[in-house]
Design a protein around this ligand. Structure first.
Ligand code: NAD
Length: 367
């Protein structure tokens, strides 16, 4: 991607997209296409101002509307498209399967048709994919052999047996997961994210358009909505702590996630756009290390000066939740030359400071 070229970011007003837009705006003409979904955006004027200060053009439009998507692509004639627009709530996707399919799957199809019509020579389209497509992800058995984890069974979960198991019921040990792991989406959201990957790869096969896919782990950091109850567990924890609430920790607190800081993720996207030869393989983007939900809750309580006992491990579980998620990031390191910089304790401290600021000065935008 040469300096001064046009870049279009769908979902570019969101948590990751806005940071990406502002970062790329130093060298490129960046346009954001976003419908400012009210579930995500509670400070639209501030977000618009922040993007405008960085010279980012904003097109308000809905990815579900083929005319609006087509007009945005025709107007900007991008050399790189980052496709981030999506509904992102795993839990919410159960109650709104039509809506999630409309936005995530049909929206991607509209984008494909807009590219074909208006920029058939588009060099790159880069998708914000999700590690949710793996379901439980890679595991090994007691002998250290690769083994497939089955969807966790309700009777086991009711009995407090949370660890992943094989088809025969044997306990499995999770290991870091990369794109060699067979996909097994465990939620409606995950299925729609997988469809996005399939549609882009299939539609642009044999065309000048290269498709890049980053499967993101749990992205966190300043700028993530603190009011959207369906995404961003760490932002939700910050909000609850600052509101004086007790944190509910699901299962036995040992659910593991790979938390990757948003600046690291934005750097990965920027590198995908700028790499001389963009990696064609799916890349996993995470910290490459797991942290339990209990431990991050405890750290955030400490960072925000709340008593350590302001949490309860409930034993409750949620359908579609997976137990462990840790990325094997070695392909991103080797093929893209990317690796994460922000250590979790530092990232959590920054998130806590930002969230405190948000509650004290809700209209203040991040820069
Ligand atoms: N945050 C994470 O942990 C994470 C993890 C894996 C994958 N992802 C993916 O990264 C992308 C960005 O996620 P995010 O965390 O920034 O979420 P976000 O909700 O902050 O951003 C999504 C943006 O898409 C916009 N949008 C939603 N519906 C739209 C529609 N119909 N038309 C146009 N715009 C619409 C929203 O207004 C929002 O600005 C998503 O595709 C998500 O699936 C995120």
């Amino acid at each position: 991607m040469l300096a001064g070229q046009s870049v279009l970011i769908t979902g570019g007003a969101g948590f990751i997209g806005a940071r990406l837009a502002m970062t790329l705006s130093d060298r490129h003409r960046v346009t954001v296409f976003d419908n400012f979904n009210p579930q995500v955006h509670d400070a639209v004027p501030q977000t618009r101002m922040r993007l405008a200060r960085h010279g980012v053009d904003v097109i308000t439009g809905d990815i579900r509307d083929p005319r609006e998507v087509g007009a945005a692509v025709a107007r900007t004639r991008p050399r790189v498209i980052y496709h981030l627009a999506a509904e992102t709530g795993t839990g919410q996707s159960y109650s709104k399967p039509t809506h999630y399919t409309d936005v995530n799957v049909m929206g991607t199809a509209h984008l494909i048709e807009a590219v074909r019509r208006h920029v058939p020579d588009l060099p790159r389209i880069i998708l914000a994919g999700s590690r949710s497509v793996y379901g439980e992800g890679s595991c090994i058995d007691a002998q250290g052999r690769p083994a497939c984890a089955m969807d966790r069974r309700q009777p086991d979960l009711d009995a407090g047996l949370f660890q992943p198991r094989s088809r025969t019921g044997a306990l499995l040990t999770p290991v870091p997961t990369d794109a060699t792991c067979p996909v097994a989406p465990a939620s409606v959201y995950a299925s729609t994210k997988l469809m996005q990957e399939y549609l882009l790869s299939q539609a642009f096969w044999g065309t000048p358009t290269r498709v890049g896919i980053l499967r993101l782990q749990n992205v966190y950091g300043p700028g993530q909505s603190m009011n959207n109850p369906y995404t961003g567990v760490l932002s939700i924890f910050c909000r609850q702590i600052l509101d004086g609430q007790v944190l509910d920790i699901f299962e036995d607190g040992q659910i593991t996630r790979d938390f990757v800081q948003v600046d690291d993720v934005v750097r990965a996207f920027a590198m995908m756009g700028q790499a001389r030869a963009m990696p064609q393989e799916v890349l996993d983007i995470g910290a490459g290390q797991g942290a339990t939900i209990l431990s991050v809750a405890q750290t955030l309580l400490a960072c925000l000066g709340a008593p350590p006992d302001r949490l309860v491990v409930t034993g409750a579980y949620r359908p579609g939740d997976i137990r462990h998620a840790v990325a094997d990031i070695s392909r991103a390191v080797t093929l893209l030359g990317w690796q994460p910089d922000v250590a979790l304790p530092d990232g959590l401290a920054r998130l806590a400071a930002w969230s405190r600021d948000q509650v004290s000065y809700p209209a203040r935008a991040i820069s």
